[in-house]
Design a protein around this ligand. Sequence first.
Ligand code: PEP
Length: 241
Amino acid sequence: MARQLIAGNWKMNGQGAQLDFFDDLVSEIAAVDVDILICPPATLIERCARAVDSAMIAIGGQDCHVNEKGAHTGDVSAGMLKDAGASFVIVGHSERRADHGETSAIVKAKAEAVLASGLTPVICVGETLAERESGEAERVVVEQMLASLPDEASDRCEIAYEPVWAIGTGKVASTDDILQMHSALNNALPSGVSARLLYGGSVKPDNAAAILSLDHVDGALVGGASLKASDFASIIKNSIR
Ligand code: PEP
């Protein structure tokens, strides 16, 4: 059984004054047998990486460019994120897919750039409410995963299933729906790819245990509840199998 990965996505939140988050988090979790990842905004990666013991908490980026360097104003490359102290990069978050028109082909190229830099991509997939209501969720999400995985996909990829309608809304997919989707994704993983399958979408302290105990759920990608150390610590404690 894979060790669970509990990842926090701070999105466009956080400034230097919030870095006491890590002292608060560590004081609540002590030694846990879980992988922990925090993805702050790019401006905080270096300071976060300095603030944590990397053996206990990894730091990641929330996105990267497909190229290593060049004339791409405002973008950062995977290599730059690594240089700042990141070891993971989220790619294909639904907010990037929706707000920046990122297709699965772009997400795949980003995931390949992340691997090429020696980092681990966390590849996000998920259906819209319309796709779920029309019974297309499983087909859409499996297709998205296969189209977003790098050609040289390895055991250094993580997948996050995040129903778009559950992100930041307080609506959570039912445990039956999560189990069904994670089983489908697990069955569809190409041979040789042993990615952990995270669930994301309004994971909170009070629903984490039920979600994280499901088969084929190897962790969580947490947005809102990762901003408060006590909530994130409680989710981490609920992940211990
Ligand atoms: C996310 O942004 O990846 C996410 C899952 O957000 P939230 O937990 O706030 O729904």
